[in-house]
Structures are given as structure tokens and as C-alpha cells.
Design a protein around this ligand. Structure first.
Ligand SMILES: Cc1ncc(C[n+]2csc(CCOP(=O)(O)OP(=O)(O)O)c2C)c(N)n1
Length: 351
């Protein structure tokens, strides 16, 4: 019996806006001038939020923080394609997603200052608490995908994770179930090239992370994660397919973490300066600015105006967050079980 090829696949890389700010018009998603400005303004707002979080941490006003510097296009581009009824399962690095979805900014600062009440999502939003254990949000998202499919709701679910998340058992179990049951889940991997100090090549021997989707029977695509148009297009198309009942998609956003892993890390111990310098011209905000400038929709006064507006929004969020009275130690007992055991009552009395 001759051998024959029983399966083969191709992995595509989507890129629309190049580093010089020139877009391939044939691939451009349909976006009005105001949509493009909104993309830009949200990226600037998220960056101002991020810069402030880093300085608040240095001043001892918040705890350990995971910066999103450089990943704004992957986060804002994907979140802008979501509808409010879609369900969102973030990892710990999705501040741009929360901000784009309209999550109250002061609650994000509240959370990072150690107050869990910052993760009590407002009733009109479907974004879940950020997830510190790597990858555990993936089966949660798949479970939600199963639920919406069972209830025949026309909504999609997204799960966000990093390149490191793809090595967890939760990733493989989640994608397997999503593939078998054709669940409406869009898996968004922000491949920022490192899981703390572990480089992408050590994480997986696959040439791309996107190709892992094909092992589970569905579509995967790699996009330029610093190109907001490419991310927006790939995620929008995947969400439409998911809502129509056409199953899951894995999207690998090829990006770079410019910052340290968190404020508790010193990335200079495991990566060279030159590598970081090479990624700086690929900055997603800078790239969109070049595009807008060529189209005549970016001016220095517009830039100044949105920078100032963003700073006002961030200032207000910080002051609201810092005006909230701290949680009481007994809350850790009161919010754990419906009914306390005698031992817990005794322990609470000792506080
Ligand atoms: C289950 C689990 N194991 C280990 C850790 C410690 N840890 C925190 S972040 C991280 C790396 C995550 O890398 P990646 O998934 O690529 O996301 P990134 O931080 O790059 O956004 C690790 C190992 C953890 N939080 N959870």
C-alpha cells in the first residue's frame, strides 16, 4: 500500500499596516476616521494608565504590576471587535482589554493595590477577573463557550493568554474540547516572546503557536500583533465565525513585551538591550500615528489634546481608587463561605 498524505495545513501571517505606517488597502477592515481615532486614543489612554501604574508601584502606592507596554495593538485591536454580550476571560496582562471594554479604571488600580473588590465586575460587563495562575482561564472560557452554545446564545467567548500559557495542560485540554464541540471560543495568544525569562523557542518547538489549532481541528492564524488593523481584522472575522456557529479559532498575536515581566522582575538579566531597541521602531502607537498623519487625521494639537485628556482620566481614577476605604481583614472570612465554621469564627475573633 503506498503512503499518502492524509492531512496538511498552511499557517498564514496577516499584516496590514507596516512599520512605516503604510497600509495594504486591499486588506483594510472597514473603519471610519472616527473608528481609527478611537483605536489611537484607547492605545494612548492604556499607555498613560500603564505608565502611571509603574510610577505608583515605585512610590509604594500599588503592589506588583504587569505592564502592557508594546502590547497595546493586540489588546485594544482585539477588544474593539468584541460586543458587550461576548464573554471575556483575561490573563493578568490585559489592562488594555479591560479599559477598552469600559471597565471602571479606578477599580483596576484598586485591584493592583491589593484590594480584590476591584475585580467585582460591574453587572453590565462580561469580563471575568484577571487570572494569576497561568492558563487556568482557558478551561473557564471553554466552559462558558459550552454554556452559550447549549443556551443557543449568539455570543462569542475570548480567552487571552501568553506564549507561556500554550505549554500548560489547561491550554491543550481547553482547545481539545473547543475543537470537538465546535465551541464559539476565540483563543487570543499574545506571543510577547518570553514567559518571564523563558524565550519563545524554549517554550515550544513548533514554528508558530498558531499552528497548534490544527491539531485540535480548527483554524489558526498568526497576525502582526503590533499592527492594530491586522489584529482587529483577524479577531473580528473569528468572532463572527464563532457567533455564527462555525467554531473556534486560535489567533497568535506576534508582539513583544518591551517592559520587564512585572515590577518584580529585571529583564536586563536575561535579554540584551539591542533586542529591545530592535522592537522599539515597531511600536504600535507610533505606527498608527504615522498612518494617521499621512491621512491628515493626526496633528500635534490633536496629540496634545488626547494626551491631556488621558492624563485627566487617569488622575481621576487614581484619586477615586485611593479614596476607597481599605478592606477589613475579617472580609477574608466573610467572603469565603456562606456559613463560617466554629474554627473560622474563633480565628476571626482573634484579629
Ligand atoms: C500555574 C502557574 N505557574 C507558574 C506561574 C508563575 N508565572 C507567572 S507569569 C509566568 C510566565 C507567563 O508567561 P506568558 O504566559 O508568556 O505570559 P506573559 O507574562 O509573557 O504575558 C509564570 C511562569 C503562575 N502564575 N501560574
Amino acid at each position: 500500500m503506498p503512503e499518502k498524505v492524509v492531512e496538511s495545513f498552511n499557517v498564514k501571517h496577516l499584516s496590514i499596516l507596516d512599520e512605516k505606517g503604510v497600509a495594504d488597502e486591499s486588506l483594510m477592515p472597514s473603519l471610519s476616521e472616527s473608528d481609527i481615532k478611537r483605536m489611537y486614543e484607547l492605545m494612548v489612554l492604556s499607555r498613560v494608565f500603564d505608565e502611571r501604574a509603574l510610577s505608583l508601584q515605585r512610590e509604594g502606592r500599588i503592589g506588583t504590576y504587569a505592564s502592557i507596554l508594546g502590547q497595546e495593538a493586540s489588546q485594544i485591536g482585539s477588544a474593539l471587535s468584541l460586543q458587550k454580550s461576548d464573554r471575556v476571560f483575561p490573563s493578568f496582562r490585559e489592562m488594555g482589554v479591560y479599559i477598552t471594554m469600559g471597565y471602571p479604571m479606578h477599580m483596576l488600580y484598586q485591584y493592583w493595590s491589593g484590594d480584590e473588590r476591584g475585580m467585582k465586575c460591574p453587572a453590565d460587563l462580561n469580563i471575568f477577573p484577571l487570572c494569576i495562575p497561568v492558563g487556568t482561564q482557558i478551561p473557564h472560557a471553554v466552559g462558558a463557550g459550552m454554556a452559550v452554545k447549549y443556551r443557543k446564545e449568539k455570543v462569542a467567548v475570548t480567552a487571552y493568554f501568553g506564549d507561556g500559557g500554550t505549554s500548560t495542560g489547561d491550554f491543550h485540554e481547553g482547545l481539545n474540547i473547543a475543537g470537538v464541540f465546535r465551541l464559539p471560543v476565540v483563543f487570543i495568544c499574545q506571543n510577547n516572546q518570553r514567559a518571564i525569562s523563558v524565550p519563545r523557542e524554549t517554550q515550544s518547538a513548533s514554528k508558530t503557536l498558531a499552528q497548534k489549532a490544527y491539531s485540535y481541528g480548527f483554524h489558526g492564524i498568526q497576525v502582526d500583533g503590533n499592527d492594530i488593523f491586522a489584529v482587529y481584522k483577524a479577531v473580528s472575522d473569528a468572532l463572527i465565525r464563532a457567533r455564527q456557529g462555525d467554531g473556534p479559532t486560535l489567533i497568535e498575536c506576534f508582539t513583544y513585551r518591551i517592559s520587564d515581566h512585572t515590577t518584580a522582575d529585571d529583564a536586563s538579566r536575561y535579554r540584551g538591550k539591542q533586542e529591545v531597541e530592535e522592537w522599539k521602531p515597531k511600536d504600535p502607537i507610533f505606527r498608527l500615528r504615522l498612518f494617521m498623519s499621512a491621512k491628515g487625521i493626526w496633528t500635534e494639537s490633536y496629540e496634545k489634546e488626547i494626551e491631556e485628556k488621558s492624563k485627566e482620566v487617569v488622575d481621576k481614577a487614581v484619586s477615586v481608587s485611593e479614596s476607597i476605604s481599605p478592606q477589613l481583614p475579617k472580609d477574608m472570612f466573610l467572603y469565603t463561605y456562606e456559613k463560617l465554621t466554629q474554627r473560622q469564627i474563633n480565628e476571626m475573633g482573634e484579629l
